[in-house]
Each structure stands twice: as C-alpha cells, then as structure tokens.
Design a protein around this ligand. Structure first.
Ligand SMILES: [Zn+2]
Ligand SMILES: [Zn+2]
Length: 362
C-alpha cells in the first residue's frame, strides 16, 4: 500500500510501502482514506523539526487532517457502518498509570506528553490508502459535507478553545454583544473566525495579507471584518476600532503580536493562544501593564492544543452551519486538491493558497 512518509534520519520525504491493515479488534473499523489536508505541522515534520516514527519503523507516514469512508467494520461496532464518511481524531492516550485525562479519554489534556499522535509521533498518519481505527476514535460526517469535511481537524482547534472559553466565562454574567479578534488568517484562524461568527460574535481578523488577498474576500463573504496589518500598523488602532475586545483567538503563532495585543484585551476578556510560536529571541514586553490589566480587568490567558471528541463533534456540526450560512466562503478555504505524486511541492511549501489537500482516493 502506498504512503507518503518522512525518514527523519535521512531528512527525506517520499513514497513508502506499508502493508494494508486488517481489522484488529471487534470494535475496529477499516477506513479508505479519501483526502488529507496539509498544514505547517506536516511541513515542519518533513523538515525534521519534530516527528517520531512508530516503534520498529525508521519512517513516519504523514498526515493528521483526514477524511475517509468506512469499508469494513468489526462485529461489535454499533455507531457507524460501511459507506459512512468519517473524520478520525489525532491523539491517542499515553497509557501511563496515573494520567487522569488519558484514563478518561481526554488525551487532548494528557499530562505526560508521551501520547501518540497520528502522523506526528509514534503512530503512522493518514497519507495512505487504508487505516484501521477504533470506532471510538472517529466522528461520523454527513454526506452533504463531503466537499470540505477535511477541514474538520483544523477547525477542532477553535472548537476546543471555544468550549473552554464557555467554561471560563460561566464565572460571570457575560453580556451578549460580544466582540472577537482573530490573529492570523491561516486555515486555523479563518475557521476559528467562522466559528465565532456563527456564535454571534462581531468578529474581525487581523493579519498581514493586504485586503486584496483572497483571505480577506473569504472573511467578507462570511460577515467577518478583515483588518490588514499593511494598512493599520498601530495595533492600538485595531483595538480602538473594535471597542471592548471580549475574546482574542491567537492563531498566527507570533509571540510578539500576541503579547502586544494582550494589552488591548477588554474587561472580563479571554485571550486564547492556539498557535505555537517558534523559539526566536527574547522580546521586551511591558509586564507591569499586562499584570495590572489582567488583575483589574479579570482577564484570562488560556493556551490550548489538540482536541478531544467533544471538539470533533462540534466541528462537524459547525461545518454544517457554515454550509448554511456562507457555503461559498467555507469551500473557498480549500485552495486546491493535489495528487499523491505532488506531495513534494506541498510539503516543501512551494504551493501557495490557504488549505491544500492531497487526494488519496476519489
Ligand atoms: Zn494540521
Ligand atoms: Zn496521558
């Protein structure tokens, strides 16, 4: 069976051959992979920044943003059946004694860090023809979402964040006229902005692309404001324009932008960090001002990574809502579909666009 894999030792990415998997338990399902989204994580693994092959392999099959179709089910599978479309979750429990979140199947909050992740560490990913999964690790997708359900995984980042924001804000009687600022207009940022928009937030995306960029057009089509850093250099102006910012969703992975904008978070606001920043040099920040604000304005700074079943379920539901509210905007997030043989230009980053997808089978 054909797969796209990285050999970390050789720092090489290319085709690998792995055996076609069989059902391995009464609750397992066999999935034919239809398509896989490519993101910065895949490119970083390709470059050898991180990524660990499974035991016994010197390569790692890439891909964590999947959409597949069930072709076979075990005898005790109850929720899904052959022909169903599914998206598989990425992380599996660490199995370490005493890891309470993993024991409760909330491995997205794993405390040990030795969890396995499909296409990232210890488990092969989805850039291959078939995978076998436990039924509990997949979420069913309505057929109407076939064209863009591959966006579910990157959307789960925002879904998990928003579920936590909801829990945090249950601390106060929160007003309903809410304003959200999204930092970064990559797929995670744009999908997050859409999730905020359908929850009724006045939502603005702040990013470096000019207003002529297709990303700005997608925002407009979804009722989201777009503020270009090319037009507005003074970040205080962004805050002045929006008024009291109730929520910032940081999806740019820029620490200097994030901590600069933190000073403009409004009263009772939550600032969500979802983009992992590369380690650059130290930057000066006015911590006195930040601490003063955070205390006097009851603010919360919240980091979030990965997603569990509740976020995957919410992502599928939200994709259906996006399809009703702004069907063109959500489809335009997928820039292009590529054949498996084109993987190099995607993984080396030569291909532009917003979300690129590799078609495994059609
Ligand atoms: Zn990704
Ligand atoms: Zn764990």
């Amino acid at each position: 069976m054909k797969a796209i894999a990285v050999h970390p030792a050789a720092r090489q990415t290319g085709f690998a051959a792995i055996p076609e998997p069989d059902l391995n338990s009464r609750t397992s399902i066999k999935i034919r992979i239809l398509e896989v989204g490519v993101c910065a994580t895949d490119r970083e693994i390709s470059r050898g920044v991180f990524g660990t092959p499974p035991d016994g392999y010197d390569f790692l099959v890439l891909g964590h943003e999947s959409l597949g179709e069930i072709v076979e089910i075990g005898a005790d599978v109850t929720v899904v059946q052959p022909g169903d479309l599914v998206v598989a979750m990425v992380r599996r429990p660490c199995g370490v004694d005493g890891c309470v979140p993993c024991a409760a199947r909330r491995q997205d909050f794993c405390g040990t860090g030795v969890y396995a992740e499909r296409g990232i560490q210890y488990l092969h990913g989805f850039m291959t023809e078939y995978v076998v999964e436990e039924e509990s690790q997949v979420v069913k997708v309505p057929p109407a979402l076939r064209d863009f359900a591959v966006l579910a995984e990157p959307l789960t980042v925002a879904e998990k964040a928003l579920q936590q924001v909801e829990a945090v804000q249950s601390r106060l009687p929160w007003h309903s006229d809410r304003t959200a600022l999204v930092l970064g207009a990559g797929p995670v940022g744009l999908l997050g902005a859409m999730a905020l928009r359908v929850r009724g937030y006045r939502t603005a995306v702040f990013s470096r692309e000019p207003v002529s960029d297709p990303k700005a057009g997608i925002c407009a089509a979804a009722g989201i404001e777009y503020i270009s850093a090319a037009d507005v250099q003074d970040r205080a102006e962004v805050a002045k324009h929006l008024g009291n910012i109730d929520l910032v969703y940081e999806a740019a992975g820029s620490s200097s932008l994030a901590f600069d904008m933190l000073q403009y978070l409004g009263s009772n606001g939550v600032f969500v960090l979802a983009g992992a920043a590369g380690h650059g040099g130290a930057i000066p920040i006015d911590v006195d001002r930040l601490m003063w604000n955070m205390v006097l304005k009851n603010q919360v700074l919240l980091g979030t990574v990965n997603a569990g079943k509740p976020a995957f379920t919410a992502a599928i539901a939200d994709l259906a809502t996006f399809d009703q509210r702004f069907p063109q905007a959500v489809r335009r997030l997928i820039s292009r579909r590529y054949a498996m043989t084109d993987h190099a230009q995607l993984l080396e980053g030569a291909a532009g666009g917003i979300k690129n997808v590799i078609e495994i089978t059609s």
